[in-house]
Design a protein around this ligand. Structure first.
Ligand code: BMA
Length: 385
């Protein structure tokens, strides 16, 4: 009861009162971050409320009708510019595989993260890690999550294997340095469909702290940490697994639940507001770290649902980026599993209207802003046409 009352009080502190305007945001959680990474965080902090980056998962790797063709992008082919945030996934890197669970080569990923940055795109990476003991995927929830998490923590039977997986990630992250990356591990921990989810908060936080510390000790200096939940309802839900201000840079919401129809507008806005208010009370950024309408069967979804939600008020405008989920190849992978239009799709015109909104930023629009961090990394930026 007592904890329920404190949760209500906390929820109210974060959402019933005045807006909390952030005058001074936090520095990167990793106090050894390189100058370029700090500069990028600062850049996004300074544009909060004015600009939202448009992102797309695996945008440069494949699309609905192509796979692994250099230079292509479904977003480029529908609106004439690439996104300014590219999503990647590290699933299967823990096994030492050369490609991820969706057949994207890690070498391609690393090259694109670096090249994309030069052109005006940031990158973010999730990690659909395989189940540490069963050999199944991220979605294997057959075991008690606390037991699984304990097995990879210090003293656990899978701890050494877990560290080897982290070492593979570290090699990748160091290979892209100094390019910054928004790392988004253990996402949707408030759901019940991943092996790391729905665990005791202390056990979950211990895993986060261990992982954060492991990367820091290994000298990784180009990460910004994203803590993202499945469409959080309120501040107390966000707080439940929150590892703390010293371990997080961005609060994210993955929202597929509240965006299926324009009639859910209120719930969508309310979840975005909870995310932003929590983030701002902690001096952190907020992101819509995954979203999209699978199969896009509503051809005005981008303006009627997404834009209306993002531009509902000053709070929702403080979302730093929105990441549309992947456009799986229809022939080789999953037909109908796409979230951004591709050339010829009926929602292209509506998507163009969305992308032309002055507050929505794509790669070309973002290039000069990103290049303002040039002097922090002498010799790193190259001139692009
Ligand atoms: C899920 C689906 C899967 C995919 C996984 C990792 O949401 O798109 O098909 O393998 O993400 O990208």
């Amino acid at each position: 009861m007592k904890s329920q009352i404190s949760a209500i009080i906390l929820g109210c502190l974060l959402s019933c009162g005045e807006d909390i305007s952030v005058t001074q945001y936090d520095k990167p959680a990793n106090d050894q971050s390189n100058a370029l990474t700090s500069c990028v965080l600062d850049l996004l902090q300074n544009q909060t409320g004015e600009l939202t980056l448009l992102g797309h998962q695996d945008d440069l790797a494949y699309g609905v009708n192509w796979f692994g063709e250099s230079g292509r992008s479904d977003i480029l082919e529908s609106v004439g510019q690439r996104p300014s945030m590219i999503g990647w996934d590290l699933g299967n890197i823990e096994h030492g595989d050369t490609t991820n669970l969706d057949a994207v080569p890690f070498s391609f990923m690393a090259a694109q993260i670096k090249e994309g940055f030069q052109r005006g795109a940031l990158s973010t990476a999730s990690w659909h890690a395989s189940h540490p003991t069963s050999g199944g995927g991220s979605w294997d929830v057959s075991m008690d999550p606390n037991l699984v998490l304990r097995s990879i923590l210090p003293g656990g039977v899978q701890h050494e294997t877990y560290k080897k997986g982290l070492d593979n990630i570290i090699t990748l992250f160091k290979s892209i340095a100094p390019t910054p990356l928004f790392f988004r591990p253990f996402h949707e921990m408030n759901g019940n469909w991943f092996w790391w989810a729905n665990a005791d908060p202390e056990t979950f936080k211990t895993l986060w702290w261990f992982t954060f510390d492991y990367f820091q000790k290994a000298g990784v200096q180009n990460l910004l940490w994203v803590y993202s939940l499945d469409s959080p309802k309120n501040a107390s839900e966000i707080l439940r697994w929150y590892p703390g201000n010293d371990f997080v840079d961005v609060i994210g919401s993955d929202d597929y639940k509240n965006i299926e129809s324009p009639t859910q507008h209120k719930a969508f806005v309310s979840s975005l507001e909870s995310t932003v208010l929590f983030a701002q009370s902690r001096k952190k950024l907020a992101a819509l770290s995954e979203t999209g309408l699978e199969g896009l069967d509503n051809s005005t979804w981008f303006t009627d649902v997404l834009l209306k939600g993002l531009h509902a008020n000053d709070r929702t405008r403080a979302i730093s980026w929105v990441l549309l989920w992947r456009n799986a190849n229809a022939e080789l992978d999953r037909p109908g599993h796409f979230y951004a239009p591709y050339d010829g799709h009926p929602s292209v015109n509506n998507f163009r209207r969305f992308a032309e909104e002055p507050a929505i930023v794509l790669e070309n629009d973002f290039q000069n802003r990103l290049a303002s961090c040039t002097e922090t990394a002498p010799g790193f930026f190259t001139k692009t046409q």
